[in-house]
Design a protein around this ligand. Structure first.
Ligand SMILES: Cc1ncc(COP(=O)(O)O)c(C=O)c1O
Length: 428
């Protein structure tokens, strides 16, 4: 039991409870909840965009939005896509559902762990799901050749990969994804779920969406909720050749996108620079957060290109207990991965958040792992700096480099003992 939160809320199914459900429940510590569970962009939309939504609230709620075709045409004009090759959904989950109903006939192959709907949706409709386990000893990186070999052995008809993958954040270089698409041209369908790809900074050109538009059997999927930090709106889109995109579009209701989605899509053109700046800032936060987490003895940190970081707890620590403890004692909500196929409760997926929130997380983690408090978090990690152009001006007035970034230091009275020995003794 976490504080006075009903533990069943935290243990109900393959997905986490919503932020609304948690806020309705009482965390018991009176602190505002910091959400490290649901990956979203903390630096977008801009306060100006939120102001425009607030100012238009009554109109948004009272009137019908334009049809999905009108909103899709505007999104395409902003992103430089051909509307014939695009279908917009009420969240990319709506599109996953229709992709399964329409285009997955008998079997689907996907690496695990991954986003749960890619395994659960086809299982719910009676398809065979061939699950390719990602190896922990290779940081869960996907070996595309081995994946294609596995898929051929199982004779799967549809392949799905997430790039970057959720929950590990591994990114597959674009040229390798294209090679895989070439190798799988005979399949019914290949889906590349790029819901987190805007957060990647490993190479300048990352997406294969343009290729999807001209290939016979490829769909690229994008979740706008994640990129734009607006999960509540529920919008996402897919890119495929006109015939494939049209098949999905035909199934969708005329007004499947709401008026919030319409306003945001029509605001995007004016806010492209701020969006790019928000991604640069999020990438910087990711690097800083990775380094701070890596300074915690016993914690294994997996390199990520998403806006979340996978960590593994020491063998004697339990992610369920830790999640409940962080929620009740520190008002911090984390995702333990015990209900993800191919993962266990020893893994946590931590969303990349601004430094002040990370400090609260590290304080709680340190207290749980080592039984010590924040006195042992010292600000010795120098934060990466960000140029004036890169920094979103509305995010922080002060330079990024002046923020405090922490590393974990063993308490002086324990310094003679290796930290592993310390918590092994405690666990005993
Ligand atoms: C890889 C991946 N694809 C798609 C989705 C669904 O996103 P949406 O909110 O757009 O339905 C998620 C959600 O976590 C995800 O992790």
């Amino acid at each position: 039991m976490a504080g006075s939160i009903d533990a069943n809320l935290l243990r109900q199914n393959a997905h986490s409870p919503s932020f609304f459900a948690l806020n309705r429940a009482d965390t018991g510590n009176g602190a505002e909840l910091v959400d490290f569970c649901i990956p979203c962009n903390p630096y977008f939309p801009t306060p100006d965009m939120f102001g425009r939504l607030r100012d238009n609230l009554e109109t948004i709620l009272k009137y019908y939005p334009s049809s999905a075709d009108t909103i899709t045409a505007e999104l395409c004009a902003t992103l430089g896509l051909n509307p014939q090759t695009v279908a917009m959904g009420n969240g990319s989950t709506e599109l996953i559902t229709w992709i399964d109903h329409l285009l997955v006939q008998e079997s689907l192959c996907t690496p695990i762990p991954t986003f749960g709907r890619w395994t659960d949706q086809p299982l719910e409709t009676g398809k065979r799901v061939d699950m390719f386990p990602l190896p922990e000893n290779r940081d869960f990186a996907l070996d595309l050749e081995a994946f294609v070999g596995f898929l051929r052995e199982r004779r799967s008809r549809v392949a799905v990969i997430c790039n970057p993958n959720n929950p590990d954040g591994n990114y597959i270089p674009r040229r390798d994804v294209l090679r895989m698409l070439d190798a799988l041209v005979d399949l019914d369908l290949v889906v590349v779920d790029e819901s987190f790809i805007d957060f990647v900074d490993a190479e300048p050109l990352t997406s294969v969406a343009e290729e999807a538009a001209i290939r016979p059997n490829v769909i690229v999927l994008k979740s706008l909720g994640k990129n734009f930090g607006l999960h509540g709106i529920r919008f996402g889109y897919m890119v495929a050749n006109p015939a494939l995109a049209g098949r999905v579009r035909k199934m969708l209701p005329k007004w499947n996108l709401n008026s919030f989605a319409e306003i945001v899509v029509f605001l995007l053109k004016e806010h492209r620079a701020e969006y790019r700046a928000s991604l640069a800032r999020a990438a910087l936060d990711r690097r800083s957060m990775e380094r701070q987490l890596a300074s915690m003895p016993g914690l294994r940190v997996f390199p990520s290109q998403g806006n979340f970081i996978l960590v593994k707890l020491p063998d004697d620590k339990n992610g369920v207990q830790l999640r409940d403890y962080l929620l009740s004692e520190h008002g911090v909500f984390v995702r333990e991965c015990g209900n993800k196929l191919g993962s266990t409760s020893q893994f946590l997926r931590l969303v990349v958040r601004p430094p002040q929130d990370v400090h609260r997380l590290l304080t709680g983690l340190g207290a749980y792992l080592y039984g010590t408090e924040k006195a042992h978090l010292i600000s010795t990690v120098s934060p990466p700096d960000m140029s004036a152009e890169e920094r979103p001006p509305y995010v922080e007035e002060r330079p990024y480099a002046e923020e405090r970034h922490y590393t974990y230091e063993q308490p002086p009275h324990l310094q003679a003992t290796p930290i592993e020995a310390v918590y092994q003794t405690r666990a005993g």
